[in-house]
Design a binder for this molecule. Sequence first.
Ligand code: ZN
Ligand code: ZN
Length: 362
Amino acid sequence: MKVIQHSVETLHTALISSHTDLAKHYSKYSKKERRFLEDGLRLGGPGFSPFQPITVHSDSDWIPCHPEEPQDFQSFYRAPYRKIPSTCHNTIYIQPIGSFGEVKAQTDQYVEWLTEYCQAFFLGLAVKLLPPVTVAETGCSFRVNSNSHNLQILTSDLLRFLEKRKPKDAFCIVGFTMIDLYPRDSWNFVFGQASLTRGMGVFSFARYDDNFYSRAYAGRVKKQLQLKRGDYSVFEGYYTPPISSTLLLRSCKTMTHEICHMFGMQHCQWVSCVMQGSNHLEESDRRPLHLCPICLRKLQSSIFFNIADRYKALLHWMDDGRSERSSTASQSLPHFPKPLQAFDTPRLWLRRCLDILEDDKR
Ligand SMILES: [Zn+2]
Ligand SMILES: [Zn+2]
């Protein structure tokens, strides 16, 4: 295991910039916010340190496979491809594609939880859920993967569909599905595909199922199944992963990571962060749910939230589910408590960060 070590000075410059105008822009943060961000760059110091260095565990991790210049705040802020929401384009649209579970009511809740999480993460922007569409409605091509024997749908067709469906006031539109994806015939699979210039992306959570890589995976179809172009009946009742706490955590992580790319934020190479690139599920699970100070400033400079307010909104989303757990008995409608066990560590993290941000003695 290798630890990516940057000096505090390097991280400080990556956060604040050496340019006078950007340093001045930084001074608009409150004193407490600045202390929180700057102290956070002293990774692994005494006591609670909210931010940790990035660790590389093998040559198949993202950083060894993609040697690229890290994007500091300054290069993000000056980038010609950076995108800022405007008064006419200020809504993030989320489009569920295909079925999301055997129980419809639980499926509906799952996509709502995800949307509400994005609302807290991108505090200040509107996040709207579009009515779900079936695979047939997208008119996309599909196939059976010859190795894993599961159904897959073609990303370029889905992006074309999303482009047509994108509302006029969209900052971006993000489609997601529980069906596996492929970008072209010669590829085995892809987790997702996005176009920054067109403000859209599509992602699959199929491989976040704990059983995906096992022989017992229920999404395998019979070898002799003959698919007919345009006949989408194979997708009716097709297997989707159970909605577990881990699936919700992984989905929240992917969704927010991918939407951050839409602002022009690149993969983080500074500090352990949800914006780290990932090549495989184990690496993706290793990433935290939060943004590091440098990426937090990138997002803040695009949508202008107060850091403590945003942490409170995220904490509220996590606490909300806890109070629901104890009040379900009295409700007559089918009700599924938010599965939040996997969020225990992020919840504690938010609380401790809020303690620092709201400490009057600092
Ligand atoms: Zn990414
Ligand atoms: Zn970062």
